[in-house]
Write a protein that binds this ligand. Structure first.
Ligand code: ZN
Length: 241
């Protein structure tokens, strides 16, 4: 059997401790809601890490042992140390997969990897979200129907100020009339980044079977492939003339 994919689920883990309504939805934190599901996948080895642990639980050792990092943050992006962000950035460029969920569009690591403001429109109204698969042949779309719905979501709307994704897998539609690029793949160095929109903290979205399937698919897609190590700089020709 192949080596398992080593997944680290990172959560800011503040809302669940400070807000009774949110702690009722995610009593063990969003990281454990996602992590518990991922542990059922026999090809994954799962651990969690949170902001208030030393070095946010993302020491060099942990990151070296991580194939795919899943990131959920919202209210405390600024509390993430730049040194840790740089460490994650380097790991992504060297092949680690990164999955940024929902409000992680404003996380330091996502903004650093994108190089743009990553701003968007939003409205907290609990409206329905219909998510269309626009790249049905992509590994992240495996096993999905043509579209799926989330009954109560926070709206995010275009324009979403990101670079053009290398592959756009999902587009969301909202009853208010907005649309949003909600599943975006990017290559950065040897690494792969997936942005996935669903997941506001006041809605039980990380228990949704389809959402969890997308996250599992994204873990498999973004896992390192151990391709050739690139070399740079001056070289001699391979052919003698
Ligand atoms: Zn939100």
């Amino acid at each position: 059997m192949n080596q398992p994919i080593r997944v680290t689920v990172w959560n800011e883990y503040r809302h669940e401790k400070n807000d009774k309504q949110i702690s009722r939805i995610y009593p063990d934190g969003i990281h454990n809601a996602i992590g518990t599901h991922l542990k059922y996948q026999t090809d994954f080895e799962v651990r969690t890490a949170t902001l208030d642990e030393p070095e946010h639980g993302l020491t060099t050792e942990v990151l070296t042992d991580t194939d795919v990092l899943i990131w959920w943050g919202h209210a405390a992006h600024a509390d993430v140390q730049d040194e840790v962000v740089d460490r994650i950035h380097e790991r992504v460029l060297n092949g680690m997969g990164l999955i940024c969920l929902h409000s992680a569009h404003y996380s330091k690591i996502f903004m650093k990897l994108m190089g743009t403001s990553c701003s968007l429109k939003w409205r907290e109204s609990g409206e329905k979200e219909r998510i269309w698969v626009v790249a049905p042949g992509h590994p992240i779309a495996k096993g999905l129907d043509e579209h799926f719905e989330i009954s109560h979501a926070e709206m995010y709307g275009e324009p979403f100020d990101i670079p053009e994704p290398d592959t756009l897998v999902f587009i969301s539609w909202f009853p208010g009339g907005e649309v949003f690029r909600s599943g975006c793949c990017f290559y950065r160095g040897q690494g792969k980044v997936f942005y996935f929109r669903p997941g506001h903290e006041t809605h039980p979205i990380y228990y949704d079977a389809v959402v969890l399937r997308v996250i599992s698919n994204a873990v498999r897609w973004s896992a390192p492939v151990n391709g050739p190590k690139p070399t740079f700089g001056r070289v001699q020709p391979l052919e003698s003339s």
